[in-house]
Design a protein around this ligand. Sequence first.
Ligand SMILES: Cc1cc2nc3c(=O)[nH]c(=O)nc-3n(C[C@H](O)[C@H](O)[C@H](O)COP(=O)(O)O)c2cc1C
Length: 201
Amino acid sequence: MPKPKIKLPEPSFETCLLKIISERKSHRKYRKEPLALNELSTVLWSSYGCIDEDCRRRTVPSAGATYPMEIFVFVRENGVIGLEPGIYYYDPLTHSIILIRSGDQNRKLYYACLNQKWVLEAPINIVITAVYERTTSWYGRRGFRYIYMEAGHIGQNIYLAATNLGLGTVAVGAFNDEQIKTIIGLNNKYLVLYVFPIGKI
Ligand SMILES: Cc1cc2nc3c(=O)[nH]c(=O)nc-3n(C[C@H](O)[C@H](O)[C@H](O)COP(=O)(O)O)c2cc1C
């Protein structure tokens, strides 16, 4: 006899987290409005930020606490109030960003992402990369699997943080890895894992 399905009760939406989870969806059209710096800050912190002072805990889990990820932000002309256009590196330890390449690089990123126009139009794009040896030196080939899993945790946090702020995003996995590495200036120690265009909806 097959066992009967057990219908679960409705989840409680009293906590706002569950409401945000229920509202998460991909957005590919953004208003032509810049983001505020605190919006960028919130999304970046949610992606890979530190929870405690000495950064022993992050907003996402990491296999063996190896934390292989390096996060970059492409800021368009007028993409974020008060920021010049360019590519920034996010430093979780100091919760700061560092300009590594000046000028609006969104069009190059758009070409590298197979002409997905939400990449071109978004005021910012977050690019998640990994220095894979930090994890594979411990776990061998299985470390690659762990890196992809960790990218998923980060991606979901970006979706939820964006939703909470009334911003839209979409996970972009279709891109030319080598082209993105060239645009940012990354060597072969890096894997490019995900791109997240983000804008007001
Ligand atoms: C690994 C992965 C790769 C994806 N790549 C792309 C992409 O390159 N371009 C795109 O527009 N959407 C991409 N998506 C978004 C999916 O199309 C989207 O999540 C799906 O249609 C479900 O819609 P929802 O996110 O609104 O629930 C990707 C999603 C995942 C998880």
